[in-house]
Design a binder for this molecule. Structure first.
Ligand SMILES: [Zn+2]
Length: 443
């Protein structure tokens, strides 16, 4: 295990501050737990109210009466708590789903083990599973939910539901394609909102391209008052209205980059296991195969068939390989809960090079600018194990273990699947092809 030291500055807490801060952190966690318990209570109340509405309508025997009994009950609640009744109807439906279809998640919320946000991620991703599959799904996803953020849980839950009940993603994708479109919403004070729903690969690519352009503009103009969000919005409207960005030099040289991991047998057309879009989750295998034919570079990754840990890459070009390996392993900044993509983070030596830290994948990890600074300018300390698992130790002495997203996802999947089918010499068992797509966005 490697480690990194920090020479403490004068702002490090005094003994008194340390114990006060520790107590407050505990108190905050306790209040959050209580809020989760109250959310579970609210859900139970709403589900029971929905049950009464259902019983009322059952006595009439008419389906339209059911709709009105439900609406009437929602309006009743809405008037008392002063929220729109449409909002209460959605909450009632969600409550019924949670209480009656996801009992383990409902129990975990009631015990404060997961938050309301986690519960919503779990029910949304597992909604299409049948009862038996849901039980298996909840068992695995809840264990993950207890040590990760709701945002990080979303791609894991989606991949897990997909693996437990592999409803052909191609068919689902075709159906979902019907929902693509662009919507305009007028906002107050002379503003408007444009919302685009399109295939995830294109939308992620578009957002990545806007971000890269915004970074160049921000770097070029020192003292720039526009935030990254402002510049992204300006560049997006420029591109749509003029077909080309109108500010900054060299912007048209920037290409969108998305990263897709494709199981070897899917790529070879031998299977239809989903490909994974980094930071999103499963995507249509056909789309992934089409991307593969246009990718300028491929990297072969080898995973441990038992644990799913990424082990190594082809060794012909070590430095570039290490980088690509680490982007695939980390996906995001390695500070717990941070969603900054690896591509926009720094590769940090866990033990500094100056302190004889080696340039190996078990001593390198992605940290975003914020967390890179935090590591070097505060008493937060990190250790990295041989398997790339990072242990963070807080100034108050708490330990947080952080496994890279793909590892967590593959480990969750490993609980429900047989080992990957062995392929011949070129594709050892457990091999996953990582594909880095770098090309002009097609718009
Ligand atoms: Zn970060």
């Amino acid at each position: 295990m490697t480690t990194q030291g920090f020479s403490s500055g004068s702002w490090v807490p005094t003994t008194e501050e340390h114990s006060r801060a520790s107590a407050l952190v505990e108190a905050y966690a306790e209040v959050q737990g209580q809020m989760a318990r109250l959310q579970a209570e609210s859900a139970l109340i709403l589900a029971e109210l929905a049950g009464i509405a259902k019983a009322q309508s059952a006595r009439s025997g008419s389906t339209s009466d059911h709709k009105f009994a439900f609406r009437s009950m929602a309006a009743e609640v809405a008037s008392v708590v002063r929220v729109p009744d449409a909002t209460v109807r959605v909450r009632m439906c969600d409550a019924v789903t949670l209480v009656s279809e996801f009992p383990a998640t409902f129990a975990a919320l009631g015990e404060g083990r997961v938050s309301d946000a986690h519960a919503r991620v779990i029910t949304a991703a597992g909604a299409r599973l049948d009862e038996g599959a849901r039980t298996e799904y909840e068992g695995i996803v809840l264990a993950r939910a207890e040590n990760t953020t709701a945002a990080a849980l979303r791609p894991i839950a989606k991949a897990l539901a997909e693996r437990i009940d592999p409803l052909p993603l191609t068919a689902r994708h075709e159906r979902a394609m019907d929902a693509r479109g662009v919507w305009l919403t007028p906002l107050e004070d002379g503003m408007g909102e444009l919302r685009i729903v399109a295939p995830a690969v294109l939308v992620f690519g578009a957002h990545d391209r806007l971000t890269q352009m915004a970074r160049v503009i921000k770097r070029a103009a020192d003292g720039q008052e526009r935030t990254m969000d402002h510049i992204r919005a300006d560049v997006a409207t420029d591109l749509i209205l003029t077909g080309a960005p109108t500010s900054g030099d060299g912007l048209d040289a920037i290409r969108a980059a998305v990263q897709v991991s494709i199981p070897a047998d899917t790529l070879l057309g031998l299977g239809d296991d989903s490909a994974l879009l980094a930071g999103y989750g499963p995507i249509d295998p056909d789309a992934a195969r089409r991307l593969a034919t246009r990718a300028p570079t491929w990297v072969r990754l080898f995973t441990d068939p038992d644990t799913g840990c990424l082990r190594t890459v082809d060794t012909h070009t070590p430095t570039a390989s290490q980088r690509r390996f680490l982007v695939a392993r980390d996906e995001h900044c390695r500070f717990p809960g941070c969603r900054q993509p690896a591509r926009r983070s720094d590769l940090d030596h866990t033990v500094a090079h100056a302190e004889r830290g080696r340039t190996t994948v078990t001593n390198l990890a992605h940290l975003c600018e914020t967390h890179h600074m935090l590591k070097h300018h505060s008493p937060w300390r990190m250790h990295q194990g041989e398997d790339g698992v990072i242990e963070w130790i807080s100034p108050l002495g708490r330990t947080y273990t952080h496994a890279a997203t793909p590892v967590v996802r593959f480990q969750a999947l490993a609980q429900v699947i047989a080992p990957v089918v062995a392929l011949e010499d070129v594709m050892p068992a457990g091999a996953v092809l990582d594909l880095v797509v770098a090309e002009p966005a097609p718009f």
